[in-house]
Design a protein around this ligand. Structure first.
Ligand code: GLY
Ligand code: MN
Ligand code: MN
Length: 548
């Protein structure tokens, strides 16, 4: 009985909403128009909202909308579907190019989880058509009229959800018939998505379709490399045929079979990602404004920690100061789990335990970013807990700094991601060689094992083509050196991990470092660490005195 009561009274975290958008209906209409222009002829794109993810028992993780879905819709609620049509559709209301399906009003559920919207209110957000999610299943029966249905591959992390219905004033807990699980199941059926779908075989088939006398050799190479990733594919009839002696023209037969196999279904799981990368890598002015705000908030976090840091502080407290500053400025979340690693922990690239209490005079690597209305910063500073870099720390720090300078200065329209990476790598390799830590440039990869740059936006690792830099991209520039214990060099270098990461707006007039407000050079950091902290009078009681 007691359990039952607990279940009834604490049924409070099952639904949930993400953050609302700050951008206008007109912004999203423009984005969807640009999206449509890139769609293939007679295609339909179907995007689903993010699933609600369970944390434990009846508590879910805070809801975060899927960034592609949010980018095109600005819609923050779960169990929703967005359809965008290349060609106009018609109904009683005339022509339309898009339709969004959203959760229906439900007074009881809204009491627990907050307000849902009337369809009329959703329409104000700029959509051509708005419908309740329950209509989705019946309206997707005839998708074979499209040449292509653009979609992302299904993931397996969606659970069925419960809801309540009332009969004669009695409340019953039932399976929600139109949760994301059901909406996706109906869609799978409508597009004949095979139960045994194999992503790699699909990629191989797409490639085989490109084969002709000229491209045959290169296509063969790609298909062979795909087969190497899943040896079972060698038994796939089409792939087996294709890889037979090419001189005998077997590939034409394989192509014919591929066409007929693919014709049975019209879904396409590659084009949507390409379109999204093309759109999202270039930021609109209002997106840049939100990114600037996210970065500025993260910069204040770094500065406040520089001022407040002392050798008795633990990693968790440092993390807390950053995140407190984010909330103070209205950022609802971090864009990714905060990384605060002292000493050896700084050598773990995505260290998120943040539970070391004894830091003393170690270097502390702090990689954190505020997420402001969906847009996330990604800023790293590495500072000495005692306020002064040791000679070894300083020597390595200067190399990372010079490497970053070289890359930022070269972050010009027309230069490639590859070019700026190479510049930064060469500085690190030369510096490590001069210190006697490595003996030839290729060994630097061991201590600088990651890439230099990625786009930021609604994702911390935003999609893009990663070719040449263009105006209105916002990218990170983040070289690092990490020398874990037992590395083959003088032990005085061990357990030093350094990354300096800034967020850079690419413009036709050159790079603009949006996070330059947080000191980057060691003199600037040491000077900032001398300044008085805003938290100096924030003294809490010793917790031991409160535990009896
Ligand atoms: N914070 C993750 C990264 O720097 O890419
Ligand atoms: Mn980072
Ligand atoms: Mn980064």
């Amino acid at each position: 009985m007691r359990n039952l009561i607990i279940l009834i009274y604490f049924f409070s975290f099952v639904f949930g909403y993400g953050q609302k958008s700050k951008l206008s209906a007109e912004h999203y209409q423009k984005v969807r128009k640009a999206f449509r222009q890139k769609m293939p002829d007679n295609s339909l794109a179907v995007l689903f909202s993010a699933p609600i993810r369970n944390r434990a028992n009846d508590v879910n993780y805070i809801y975060h909308q899927d960034p592609n879905f949010f980018y095109l819709s600005g819609w923050h609620q779960p169990h929703s579907v967005l359809m965008i049509y290349k060609n106009p559709q018609t109904d009683d209301g005339g022509l339309y190019y898009e339709k969004i399906y959203v959760p229906e009003r439900d007074v009881y559920m809204e009491m627990w989880n907050g307000k849902r919207y009337d369809l009329e209110q959703v329409k104000q957000l700029g959509f051509d058509r708005v419908a309740e999610r329950g209509d989705f299943k019946s309206e997707i029966q005839s998708l074979d009229r499209f040449d292509k249905v653009l979609m992302f591959e299904f993931k397996n992390d969606i659970r069925a959800q419960k809801t309540y219905v009332f009969k004669d004033n009695v409340r019953y807990k039932v399976d929600d018939p139109n949760d994301l699980f059901d909406l996706k199941a109906a869609f799978r059926e409508a597009i004949n998505f095979p139960n045994d779908f194999n992503r790699l075989a699909y990629s191989a088939y797409q490639k085989i379709m490109e084969a002709d006398e000229q491209t045959l050799d290169s296509v063969m190479e790609v298909v062979k490399s795909i087969v190497e990733r899943d040896s079972l594919l060698i038994d796939d009839e089409i792939i087996k045929d294709f890889l037979k002696e090419p001189a005998q023209g077997f590939y034409k037969e394989a192509k014919r079979k591929t066409v007929s196999a693919l014709r049975k279904s019209n879904f396409d799981i590659e084009t949507l990602a390409l379109i999204m990368a093309n759109l999202r890598e270039i930021k609109a002015k209002n997106e840049v404004d939100l990114l600037k705000k996210a970065v500025a908030i993260s910069v204040v976090g770094q500065i406040e920690v520089m001022k407040a840091m002392h050798p008795e502080m633990g990693e968790r407290e440092i993390q807390g100061i950053h995140e407190f500053v984010y909330r103070k400025y209205g950022a609802a979340d971090e864009g990714y789990p905060s990384i605060v690693g002292a000493g050896e922990n700084g050598c773990i690239l995505h260290y998120i335990e943040n539970d070391k209490e004894e830091i003393h005079n170690q270097l502390v690597l702090m990689d954190l970013g505020a997420e402001f209305y969906g847009y996330t910063a990604d800023v790293t500073r590495t500072i000495p807990a005692n306020g002064v870099f040791s000679p070894e720390q300083k020597a390595l720090y200067q190399i990372v700094y010079d490497s970053q300078e070289a890359a930022i200065n070269a972050a010009l329209v027309g230069n490639s991601f590859r070019t700026i990476y190479k510049l930064s790598y060469d500085v690190v390799a030369e510096g490590l060689q001069q210190l006697g830590i490595i003996s030839e440039p290729s060994e630097a990869k061991k201590y600088y094992p990651h890439g230099l740059s990625h786009h930021i936006g609604l994702d911390v690792h935003d999609p893009g083509n990663y070719g040449e830099l263009e105006a209105d991209m916002v990218i990170t520039v983040e070289p690092g050196i990490y020398i874990p214990e037992n590395s083959p060099c003088d032990p005085k270098w061990w357990n030093i991990g350094i990354r300096i990461e800034d967020d850079v707006l690419i413009t036709k007039d050159g790079p603009v470092n949006l996070s330059a407000g947080a000191p980057r050079d060691f003199e600037g950091i040491e000077a900032m660490m001398q300044q008085e902290s805003a938290l100096k009078d924030f003294i809490l009681p010793d917790i031991k005195t409160l535990i009896h």
